[in-house]
Design a protein around this ligand. Structure first.
Ligand SMILES: *[C@@H]1O[C@H](CO)[C@@H](O)[C@H](O)[C@H]1NC(C)=O
Ligand SMILES: *[C@@H]1O[C@H](CO)[C@@H](O)[C@H](O)[C@H]1NC(C)=O
Ligand SMILES: *[C@@H]1O[C@H](CO)[C@@H](O)[C@H](O)[C@H]1NC(C)=O
Length: 455
């Protein structure tokens, strides 16, 4: 029943034209078809960069944990390393971005195989990575780098890569005096959205024309307070990106997993089953922080095996993976992140055919063999079985596909030669994998069988 209800809006989208107009209501906005590039892209890179990258300790929530929650770890860190009276704002000038080279970032991102990028244009600290007219002396052009980071990255990405350019934007700011006043009025007053957040968001979209607007941080305020529906109606009807822009579901208390564009539901969301609405798994390579942490140790970072598993599970279940990295205060992508990105790209070079532009199949994972996930290209009549463990016997049992003699073909991506398989009754096939030495393997960390003409 619930499924049927959820599917209705999806079905009714099929006839919708991009020229239709949207009313500032969720009922209308939620009917907008998601621009198709997003589902086809499958894999994006999230970048958390800001003044929090200066202390680069504990978390990008550093300011909040230190000053609001007064967590001992953060209070001690400040007492031990900075003079008395040092304020969070004083980190601003130290955010130098000295070695930031946008084309270098673009090269690394392109090598990762990702098809889009989402940069924190402003996190909850309020510091904007562009010269916002509404963030006086608390932006990257007036302070710190003295450069328009958003623009430099947008130019390099557009010029040197085939990635789409997306921007993260935090609606609220932890300590903005107007937000705090509004909050005291239980959000009856709306000074902060009217004088800060809304004008800034219009400026951001008009100036940098992002393909994704990844909002976050409702600060406990409802979408009425943010005028999210009014803004989205403008975004979808009039803005320069009205035909291509994709949004998420973080538009005010209660909207997550319910309203907006695609669903993010929670950080690191990975349900393990198919959802009737497009969704995204945003997660970080450093398990404990989105911003760079100097004290991280190697075991804090997900291994490439774990990352490939996240990608495969997510895509098989209809999601996109948004994998996060945190650059340093001087604009370096730490080599551990760079290595993971390049490894992902190596894996996708061989297996990308089973990821990009695929659809979920009737089964998301195999019911008998663990760590086998399926994707599908209906036009080509190919089901992809991605398996994360190479069986010692070299015989891979797949319980879900039904093969037919003389029609079904099986091949290992990156290898090409047709493989021998046998049919089991009433369903399932056993595939004999090729005998390969370590050096002959087309890739590591996970492999793909292309199954042509199975049902
Ligand atoms: C930036 O990086 C590119 C390589 O991607 C390099 O060609 C260029 O010289 C670098 N620019 C600076 C100013 O270092
Ligand atoms: C909300 O935004 C729309 C579109 O910009 C605008 O017309 C409307 O006046 C706004 N409403 C409030 C209450 O701010
Ligand atoms: C397939 O996925 C479901 C849902 O995550 C899980 O319950 C089940 O154990 C998985 N099957 C295998 C064989 O891994």
């Amino acid at each position: 029943m619930r499924l049927a209800l959820l599917l209705l809006p999806l079905l009714s989208q099929c006839g919708a034209k991009s020229s239709r107009r949207y009313d500032p209501t969720w009922e209308s906005l939620d009917r907008r078809p998601l621009p198709s590039w997003f589902d086809q892209a499958k894999f994006g890179i999230f970048i958390h960069w800001g003044v929090f990258s200066v202390p680069s300790f504990g978390s990008e929530w550093f300011w909040w944990y230190w000053q609001k929650e007064k967590r001992p770890k953060f209070v001690d860190f400040m007492n031990n390393n900075y003079p008395p009276g040092f304020k969070y704002e004083d980190f601003g000038v130290l955010f130098t971005a000295k070695f930031f080279n946008a084309s270098q970032w673009a090269d690394i991102l392109q090598a990762s195989g990702a098809k889009y990028l989402v940069l924190t244009s402003k996190h909850h600290e309020g510091f904007t990575l562009w010269g916002s007219e509404y963030s006086w002396n608390w932006n990257a052009v007036d302070e710190g780098p003295k450069r328009d980071i958003v623009k430099e990255l947008k130019v390099a990405i557009t010029k040197n890569t085939d990635l789409r350019f997306g921007l993260y934007y935090s609606l609220f700011e932890w300590f903005h005096p107007l937000f705090l006043e509004d909050k005291l009025s239980s959000f009856q007053k709306r000074q902060f959205p009217i004088s800060k957040m809304l004008p800034e968001l219009y400026e951001l979209v008009n100036k940098y024309q992002p393909d994704i607007l990844w909002t976050d941080g409702d600060g406990g305020a409802p979408d009425r307070y943010w005028n999210s529906t009014g803004f989205l109606a403008w975004l979808y009807n009039e803005s320069p990106v009205r035909n291509t822009v994709v949004t998420n579901d973080r538009w005010g208390a209660g909207s997550i997993c319910k309203h907006g564009g695609y669903y993010t539901c929670s950080d690191r969301y990975n349900p393990g089953h198919l959802l009737p609405h497009k969704w995204e798994n945003c997660m970080t390579i450093d398990q404990f922080s989105w911003g760079y942490r100097r004290e991280a140790v190697i075991s804090d970072y997900l291994t490439i095996e774990e990352l490939v598993k996240q990608l495969v599970e997510t895509v098989a279940c209809g999601g996109n993976l948004l994998m996060n990295i945190g650059p340093t205060l001087d604009g370096i992508i730490p080599v551990i992140f760079e290595e993971r990105l390049r490894q992902m790209g190596m894996w996708l070079k061989v297996n990308g055919e089973a990821i990009y532009e695929t659809q979920p199949w009737r089964s998301q994972n195999d019911t008998a063999t663990p760590d086998v996930w399926y994707t599908y290209k209906p036009e080509e009549k190919i089901v992809y079985a991605i398996f994360l463990k190479w069986p010692v016997s070299r015989e891979l049992f797949l319980e879900q596909p039904i093969g037919s003699l003389g029609e079904t073909e099986v091949a290992l991506l990156g290898e090409g030669k047709p493989l021998t398989w046998t049919s089991l009754k009433p369903n399932g096939i056993i595939v004999e994998l090729p005998q390969l030495t370590l050096h002959q393997m087309p890739c590591k960390w996970g492999w793909t069988l292309a199954l042509t003409n199975v049902t």
